[in-house]
Design a protein around this ligand. Structure first.
Ligand code: ZN
Ligand code: FE
Ligand code: FE
Ligand code: ZN
Length: 273
């Protein structure tokens, strides 16, 4: 797997979220075994946008666990001299809750913040238990709403990377009309905000069987000069770096020669293999 040498996987979870397995050190060891240069933890942020009584321990860690999470990742950084360990977070975007999110983000030395739209008006559209929500809804309207939320997220300035940019396709619901203007409007907002996008291989393990984002979205990102990170969205140590060969094919095909690296929320570029 020497083809992965020098790459960074910036999207892995741990058992803390309640639906992944494996401790942080197991993810680090898996990353070392396949020759990654960096591994970045991006566990799900506590559900700050819900009242404490309504938070689901099967979707994200509790707020009082964040300190332990950060400490554990930083311990793994100190304990490993042969791989770079980054402290990230996967933060849900919840309109109207920006202040609460900002408070949380300020409290920890994150290297980067992945921004994720997982909800449309409270509906968890990527949750396998809530797929009933797709029936009776106009898919094109959903795409407009989804990418509208992505642009709103981007405009807050609270996030560094747009995670799984076209997550709405997860269960195979594709836009019916021409989606390119919506892609372009979204990528233009991402570029204007100086953010990066994530190439997330977990879509290959879902019904859509496709990396996020779609090659056409990727090509528009390239045209606007939007930097990229790679993420497996591993929820088990064996998934670290999964399908990164395919991610490289997608990136090379779009004309990318570099990917982004984050430290203390500052971005630099590094050549792709
Ligand atoms: Zn998860
Ligand atoms: Fe996500
Ligand atoms: Fe994730
Ligand atoms: Zn994710």
């Amino acid at each position: 797997m020497t083809g992965l040498k020098g790459l960074a996987d910036y999207h892995v979870h741990t058992r803390r979220c309640g639906h992944a397995s494996g401790e942080a050190n197991e993810y680090v060891n898996a990353a070392k075994a396949i020759g990654l240069r960096e591994i970045g933890f991006a566990d799900h942020i506590p559900q700050y946008f819900l009242p404490p009584g309504l938070r689901d321990p099967g979707l994200a860690m509790e707020e009082n666990e964040l300190g332990d999470y950060a400490a554990e990742v930083l311990e793994n950084r100190s304990a490993n001299k042969d791989i770079v360990v980054r402290l990230g977070i996967e933060a849900d975007f919840a309109p109207g809750h920006e202040k609460a999110l900002n408070e949380i983000l300020r409290g920890y030395p994150f290297d980067y913040v992945l921004g994720s739209v997982h909800y449309i008006n409270g509906w968890g559209f990527d949750n396998p238990e809530q797929t009933g929500g797709y029936s009776g809804r106009e898919i094109d309207d959903l795409y407009r709403e989804y990418f509208g939320l992505v642009r709103q997220m981007v405009s807050t300035g609270l996030f560094d990377v747009v995670a799984h940019p076209d997550l709405l396709k997860k269960f195979g619901y594709r836009p019916e009309s021409n989606i390119l203007p919506l892609y372009e409007e979204t990528v233009r907002a991402i570029a204007a905000a100086g953010m990066a996008v994530e190439v997330n291989t977990s879509g290959l393990r879902q019904p859509v069987k496709e990396i996020y984002p779609h090659p056409e979205f990727m090509g528009i990102c390239r045209r606007y000069g939007v930097p990229v990170t790679l993420g497996s969205d591993a929820h088990n140590p064996v998934e670290v770096g999964r399908n990164f060969e395919e991610a490289l094919v997608l990136l090379h095909g779009a004309g990318y020669r570099e990917s982004a690296v984050f430290e203390n929320r500052r971005r630099t570029q590094r050549a792709l293999p």
